[in-house]
Write a protein that binds this ligand. Sequence first.
Ligand code: PLP
Length: 426
Amino acid sequence: MSLLPQRTDLDVVGAGLTVRLPGGDTVPFAHLDYAASAPCVRAAAEAVEGLLPWYGSVHRGAGIRSRRSTQEYERARDVIAGFVGARPGDTVVFTRNTTDALNLLARCLPADVTTIVFDGEHHANLLPWPAPLRLATPSSPDAAVETLERALRSLRGPALLAVTGASNVTGEIWPVRRLADLAHRYGARVVVDAAQLAPHSPVDLAELGADYLALSGHKLYAPFGAGVLAGRADWLDAAAPYLRGGGASASVGAAGDVTWSTGPARHEGGTPNLLGAVSLAAVCAALTRADRAALHDREQDLLARLRGGLTGVPGAAEVSLFGPAQPRVGIVSLALPGNDAAAVADRLADDHGIGVRAGQFCAHPLTRRLTGAAGVATCDASTAALLRVSFGLGTTGADIDRFVGALGALTSVGAGRQLVGARTGR
Ligand code: PLP
């Protein structure tokens, strides 16, 4: 019997990466920036490696490579449809990422639909919508429901609620099901930005009560440039193609008259990202096979360890929208009064071999509000405001402990203040 640790589909590629510190020590790199881009897992890397010898054009050839590539691409779509619980009549469109997926849906909105968004959204779910009805960021799940109900009552025509599954800043899980049930009572549809929820928790369209769902492969351990929009086909089939060109067009007449494809092809103009789709499907399949409850418990243990450790770091205050008891995924953002978060992040990287992110995390209205509440100088677009720690598969207790220890050491001596010229945090 081998005493070597068993390799699994969900092992992180590059888990043993080490970095040399200025003092000469070499330490394992502690990657704590999963919310920006998660590392690749073996399932994704092996899916790519396995397919490369067969790589060929998708939907565009008769040769064996093309046939195999087409088959794998469509199989990937089916696997992802299963992963997100697509219902009969739903469609799965491959996109570049969540931003692309939400922009696609925004372009497909019937003209009379009003989109409703809370201000606390990531810019990807705030900016694509034409003239949205913007609601103040709520301070509790109940307040979110009440605010939405007031908005829905005030509207006359059809509506779409665009809401995040989990905040990319605080990690807090939004009350999606309650909001969706309410929206549906008023005849509105719901799109869930699952960019941060999907890497941590099962995402099922029916269970969430969502009409559409968007996610990114690079946050879901498959960093090969694919994302997904899944959901009801009717608006997508009725809208103009997202990208006009080959694949999106079924036929083009001599006079330039075009019959556009329906189904996913309508919005997947040009040669698709086969490796992105296949690697994403491989991770979805691996997660489906995995014990998600055990993964969840492990992540929650790490979260408790982090938050417990941070209570001993007086210079760091966790920010939150709904309060400390709100369920959350493995993301924590900290206000560091008196310290420059970007400078602290640089010192963590340079002196300790720890990778985190500082800034506003493409959620400016939300971070402005959170930093104001935390008593930190309110950020403008050019300064970093918060320090974010995020983690998932492959993260160890030692990674968390090293971060807590290093942060405590840096903030106690005000190390972040000594550096000038903080990097811009988008
Ligand atoms: N939505 C949320 C909640 C996010 O955190 C992000 C990225 O951080 C996005 C959308 C946009 O994702 P992408 O950059 O992959 O398009």
